[in-house]
Design a protein around this ligand. Structure first.
Ligand SMILES: NC(=O)c1ccc[n+]([C@@H]2O[C@H](COP(=O)([O-])OP(=O)(O)OC[C@H]3O[C@@H](n4cnc5c(N)ncnc54)[C@H](OP(=O)(O)O)[C@@H]3O)[C@@H](O)[C@H]2O)c1
Length: 303
C-alpha cells in the first residue's frame, strides 16, 4: 500500500490534459459515424479530454485500460497509474475477479466518481441471476452505479440472451448503469436484443486488431448507431512488420501506437492493457497527438 502514493507522484503530469472535450475532439474526428463528444455537458461527467458520446448524455473515454493479464497481480497499481497519467476509462468484468482492486484504485485516487468511467460485464444466466450479478458488480466496485454495463458474451440461445438484456435494461432504468451494451455480439445476437425494443446497446465490445477485424459487424454497428469498441487491439499484431515500422518512424511513434491509432482513428473505442508500464500508458494516452494519412490508414487496413 505504501507504494501507491509514490506511484501517483510519479505519474503526476498527465499526458492527456484535464481540460475540455472540445479541445481534443478537434484533433481527430476522421472517418466514421460515432460522434466524438463536444458538448459542455460532457465535461461535467468526465474530465478526460478525449471522449465519444455512446448514449444520450454519456461521454465515454476513447481510451480505456483493462485487466492486465501479466500475472503480476498488481491491478490496483495498474489502475492507479492509468488514472494518475490522465486515463479515465477502466474496463473490468465480474469474471476478471479484479473489481475489488479497481475499487481500491478508485478510492485511492483523488478523483471524484463522476470523473471516472467504469465499464463492467456480466456473463449469462436468467433474468434474476443477471440482476444478482449486477448487484455483485456494484458491491465489488463499491459504487452505486457503473458507467457502462455489458453482456460479456452472447448466451447459448437468443432467448437466454434476451433475458439478460432485459436485466440490463432494468438496471439502466434503476440507475445502476448509465449506459448498457454488449460484447462479442454478432449480427444475429444484436438483432435479438434489438427486437425487444427499449434502450438499445450503446456499445459492442469485440476483439479487433490489425489483420483481425470483423468489418461486417463494425459496419452493422455503425448503421445502428452502436459504438464499436476494440479489445485486445494488439493481439497477434506483428509490430516488426515493415509496413507498421515505416509509418511509426514517419510519425516518431512506436509500432504499437500505430496499431492502436489505426483503430482509434476510425472512432472506435479502445480497451488496452498497459498495466503499470509507464511507457505503454504514455503511448496509449498520446494517441490523440497525431493523425495517420488516408494512405497510411489504407495500408494498415490491408495487413
Ligand atoms: N470483452 C471481452 O471478451 C474481452 C476479452 C479480452 C480482453 N478484454 C479487455 O480488453 C483489454 C485489452 O486486452 P489485451 O490485454 O488482450 O490487450 P492488448 O492491448 O491487445 O495487449 C496488451 C499487451 O500488448 C503489449 N503492448 C505493447 N505496447 C503496448 C502499449 N503501448 N500499450 C499497451 N500494451 C502494449 C503488452 O504486452 P508485453 O508486456 O508483453 O509487451 C500488453 O500486455 C483487457 O484488459 C480487457 O479489459 C475484453
Amino acid at each position: 500500500m505504501l507504494a501507491l502514493p509514490i506511484l501517483l507522484l510519479s505519474y503526476a503530469s498527465p499526458r492527456v490534459p484535464n481540460t475540455t472535450v472540445a479541445a481534443a475532439a478537434t484533433v481527430d474526428t476522421t472517418t466514421t459515424g460515432a460522434k466524438p463528444s463536444t458538448t459542455a455537458a460532457d465535461t461535467t461527467t468526465t474530465t478526460t479530454a478525449d471522449t465519444i458520446e455512446i448514449a444520450p448524455g454519456v461521454a465515454m473515454p476513447r481510451l480505456n485500460a483493462g485487466h492486465p493479464d501479466d500475472g503480476a497481480h498488481n491491478e490496483t497499481a495498474a489502475a492507479l497509474a492509468w488514472l494518475a497519467a490522465g486515463g479515465r476509462g477502466i474496463d473490468t468484468a465480474l469474471d476478471y475477479n479484479n473489481q475489488r482492486d479497481v475499487a481500491k484504485a478508485m478510492q485511492a485516487s483523488a478523483l471524484k466518481r463522476r470523473e471516472l468511467f467504469i465499464t463492467t460485464k456480466i456473463s449469462c444466466g436468467g433474468f434474476q441471476s443477471a440482476a444478482d450479478k449486477i448487484a455483485e458488480d456494484l458491491k465489488e466496485l463499491q459504487t452505486p452505479y457503473v458507467d457502462l454495463l455489458l453482456i460479456h458474451f452472447p448466451c447459448s440461445t437468443h432467448a437466454k440472451t434476451k433475458q439478460v438484456w432485459r436485466a440490463l435494461q432494468a438496471a439502466h432504468k434503476a440507475g445502476q448503469a448509465r449506459a448498457i451494451g454488449v460484447s462479442n455480439f454478432a449480427k444475429s445476437d444484436i438483432e435479438a436484443v434489438m427486437s425487444l425494443g427499449g434502450v438499445k446497446p450503446a456499445i459492442n465490445q469485440c476483439q479487433m486488431s490489425l489483420g483481425s477485424h470483423d468489418d461486417a459487424t463494425i459496419a452493422l454497428c455503425k448503421s445502428l448507431g452502436i459504438t464499436y469498441e476494440a479489445y485486445s487491439p494488439l493481439r497477434r499484431v506483428s509490430l516488426s512488420d515493415p509496413a507498421i515500422t515505416t509509418i511509426a518512424a514517419a510519425h516518431s511513434k512506436s509500432p504499437a501506437q500505430i496499431a492502436l491509432k489505426w483503430i482509434y482513428q476510425q472512432d472506435i473505442v479502445v480497451a488496452t492493457s498497459p498495466g503499470t508500464n509507464r511507457q505503454y500508458i504514455g503511448e496509449d494516452l498520446d494517441l490523440p497527438s497525431f493523425t495517420l494519412s488516408a494512405d497510411e490508414m489504407d495500408t494498415l487496413a490491408k495487413l
